[in-house]
Design a protein around this ligand. Structure first.
Ligand SMILES: *Cc1c(COP(=O)(O)O)cnc(C)c1O
Length: 377
């Protein structure tokens, strides 16, 4: 049995008429840039994320870039980021001339370690510490980082927190929504995210009215009023057509999330106490929305190849921790600096978890993984 990693056709089919109608309405009214659907989605998302304000932008990557711009990060500043994450968590830092400080993760949950953040801050000279403009916890794979500990560091040291919630829309931490806890939250609507559009799109969320105003000016060239530029912004608007599509999808997000969670529970049953591989660890702090179901297998590369040959979709998120990326070599990190991130990059493997996955397909995935993973030594 073939099982794809993602099956967007099946995912979209039941709501296709509503999406077609939403697109047709946009074509009819013709306001393709910052049309009414953008505002409507901003209002809906601000509420969904318990944030107060939301500002649409062109991608999740731009959401992080805009967040750092709004907080005033610039040349020579420092920003604390995990090493085990998608590239844009850190590229947004360097695009502003600031310097990422990579810290390690908790090996069980893959989430940024608050202890590692504190140690990294302590290691800095006082003059450097004063330049730390933000901490960016990533709610990786759909589970919130340990926000209470991170917010405590943030308060003690007066450093704002930007949540990279690109993979975590709908996730909670002690009852609070992903994107509502830091100064700014960043959401992505990339097609493979839990709420995915038909192209690139993103959103920033914040509880601070002033920040929300600054973010909406920055996403439109720093222009206010029209053709007057108090500062240099970027062109990063959320297309009206994407907003319309996402609005048609939003009412279904919670049931999709529950299906993802049910699939995760079924994987746990099917894998049972299989030796030699580690299932994703839940922190117990809130709702994990399973954008990915990421297991750890010691012989990961051979398992990945074998699954590919069997027709089982899987992917390595992420094979190279960011402190080891060639483009960051000048920052001077070396192998062994962040051992938990390096081990995760060697052993992680994400298997299909999309909402429409059937029990039969999950059985086929589990059989294939167990057949090809080496028994524990
Ligand atoms: C997807 C993702 C991003 C970037 O979002 P885009 O919309 O693809 O630009 C940032 N951080 C993480 C953790 C992501 O998974």
């Amino acid at each position: 049995m073939k099982v794809p990693l993602l099956d967007l056709k099946t995912h979209i089919a039941p709501i296709r008429p509503a999406i077609d109608a939403a697109i047709a309405r946009v074509i009819d009214h013709g306001t393709f840039i910052l049309g009414p659907e953008v505002t409507e989605l901003e209002v809906a998302l601000a509420r969904y994320c318990q944030a107060g304000y939301a500002v649409g932008c062109a991608s999740g990557s731009d959401a992080i870039l805009l967040a750092l711009m709004a907080l005033g990060a610039g040349p020579g500043d420092r920003v604390i980021v995990p090493s085990f994450t998608f590239f844009s968590t850190a590229s947004c830092v360097t695009r502003l001339g600031a310097i990422p400080i990579f810290v390690d993760i908790d090996p069980g949950t893959f989430l940024i370690s608050p202890i590692a953040i504190e140690r990294a801050l302590e290691r800095l000279a006082a003059s450097e510490r004063a330049k730390v403009k933000a901490i960016i916890p990533v709610h990786l794979f759909g589970q919130c980082a340990d926000m209470d500990s991170i917010l405590e560091i943030s308060r003690d040291r007066n450093i704002p927190v930007v949540e990279d919630a690109a993979q975590a829309i709908g996730a909670t931490y002690r009852g609070r929504a992903a994107g509502s806890m830091g100064e700014i939250g960043c959401i992505s609507f990339f097609p493979s995210k839990n709420l995915g559009g038909f192209g690139d799109a993103g959103m920033v969320t914040t509880r601070d009215r002033g920040l929300s105003q600054r973010l909406s000016v920055l996403r439109a060239h720093g222009m206010q009023p029209k053709y007057y530029h108090g500062e240099v912004g970027i062109n990063s608007r959320l297309d009206t057509i994407q907003a319309a599509i996402l609005l048609a999808m939003l009412p279904h997000l919670d049931s999709w999330t529950e299906e993802r969670r049910a699939n995760a529970a079924r994987y746990r049953e099917l894998f049972g106490a299989a030796r030699g591989l580690q299932l994703p660890v839940e922190t117990g702090f809130g709702r994990h929305v399973y954008n990915q179901f990421t297991i750890r297998v010691p012989n990961r590369d051979s398992v990945k190849t074998s699954l590919g040959l069997t027709g089982i979709g899987c992917e390595v998120y992420y094979p190279v921790p960011l402190h080891m990326q060639e483009c960051f070599a000048r920052l001077g990190y070396k192998e062994g600096d962040l051992p938990a991130s390096e081990a995760a990059a060697r052993e992680c493997l994400s298997i299909p978890i999309y909402p429409e996955l059937t029990a039969e397909q999950q059985g086929a995935v589990v059989d294939a993984v167990l057949r090809h993973s080496a028994p524990a030594s």
